[in-house]
Write a protein that binds this ligand. Structure first.
Ligand code: LTN
Length: 341
């Protein structure tokens, strides 16, 4: 006897997947830390098939730091190309630009009216990025977490992949949900954070600092040519001694390099140490450079192949789909707060 598999129809309507939302600010070239801390996980989460994914380009958030308006359009398109080249598929996920979905700014206004100023003043990121400038700080920086809450709540996100530096913002979002629902009736879903930056890359020229585009000599950009990558790695700061070991006293630089090697190759740090036992730093660096170059080659090739029209089309389609979902939610919200005739 053959057991006939039930068709989805016989099982009833397919269950709706939980919604996942995350964004990246368009502020310049992405580096390996951005990839291993965010983009790589986004692609894996998309490919897991477990979520209904929304990924966006947080251009409104990026306005809270000084920028040149002439550069913004290319930064937005470049980030879109990064998403696509890394493996975000605009047919599987909804990829869009935040400012092209006006509901984000509209919902942020409404959420402002249930947000106590005191809670925003406590946000660590605000305090670090401008809180100390007092009245000179732009109000957008202060209100940043409220816009972020709007990004998440518009799509009823259950899961938000972010670095742990965003935990406080996520917690504020959850507080706003409870407060809003209590005051106006059940409207929003409480989202859960999903940590993605388990790995924090350090600068190659100073392992005490985070890898950052502002220290370009120690920063591996996703777009760096192989020759540039090799040069940066060969010049990377090392520790005293000559054994290739991680996580031991006095080896912060080697720890960082070994973690990069491991994350990109999938080989455990202990096994890489064994492979380079007795071989010295130079040989290890050569091996690491090849691992980095080989990991970035497919990404760079995919990015070069992307025609501008394809990127534009993906963003147009994404914005259209996101707008449909967001407008529907916004109407619900307006009804909840009594602004619907
Ligand atoms: N603040 C985030 C970017 C961001 C975001 C969001 C992430 C803006 N809106 C909504 C997740 C969900 C950052 O700087 N990493």
């Amino acid at each position: 006897m053959t057991t006939k598999k039930l068709t989805p129809k016989a099982e009833g309507a397919p269950k709706r997947k939980p919604v996942l939302v995350s964004g990246i600010q368009p502020t310049g070239k992405l580096h390996l830390g951005n990839y291993l801390g965010a983009l790589k996980h986004f692609v894996e989460l998309q490919n897991s098939g477990k979520y209904n994914c929304y990924f966006f380009i947080a251009d409104l958030h990026s306005m809270t730091e000084a920028y040149n308006p002439d550069e913004k359009p290319s930064q937005i398109l470049d980030l879109a190309a990064d998403y696509l080249a890394a493996g975000i598929d605009s047919k599987q996920s909804i990829l869009f630009v935040q400012s092209e979905v006006p509901a984000h700014a509209e919902l942020a206004w409404i959420l402002n009216t249930v947000t106590p100023i005191g809670e925003l003043k406590r946000m660590t990121q605000f305090k670090e990025k401008g809180g100390t400038d007092g009245d000179a700080t732009n109000a957008g920086l202060f209100d940043y977490p409220v816009l972020m809450a709007a990004d998440i709540l518009l799509y009823n996100a259950a899961v938000v992949p972010v670095g742990d530096d965003q935990d406080q913002h996520l917690e504020l979002t959850r507080t706003l949900v409870r407060r809003f629902n209590k005051r106006y009736g059940d409207t929003f879903v409480e989202p859960q954070p999903l940590h993605t930056n388990v790995l924090r890359l350090m600068s190659l020229d100073d392992p005490r600092r985070k890898m950052s585009k502002s220290r370009s000599a120690g920063c591996l950009f996703l777009d760096d040519e192989p020759a540039v990558i090799r040069k940066k790695i060969m010049r990377a700061v090392t520790d005293s001694g000559n054994e290739v070991l991680a996580e031991v006293e006095g080896k912060p630089a080697m720890t960082n390099l070994l973690l990069i090697y491991s994350a990109l190759s999938g080989i455990a740090v202990r096994d890489i140490e064994k492979k380079y036992a007795g071989k010295g730093y130079g040989e290890f660096k050569k091996g690491l450079a090849e691992v980095v170059v080989n990991s970035l080659t497919p990404f760079q090739a995919a990015k070069k192949k992307l025609k501008p029209a394809i990127v534009e089309k993906a963003l147009d389609d994404g914005a259209k789909q996101a707008r449909t979902v967001a407008i529907k939610k916004l109407r619900e919200v307006y009804a909840s707060v009594g602004l619907m005739r």
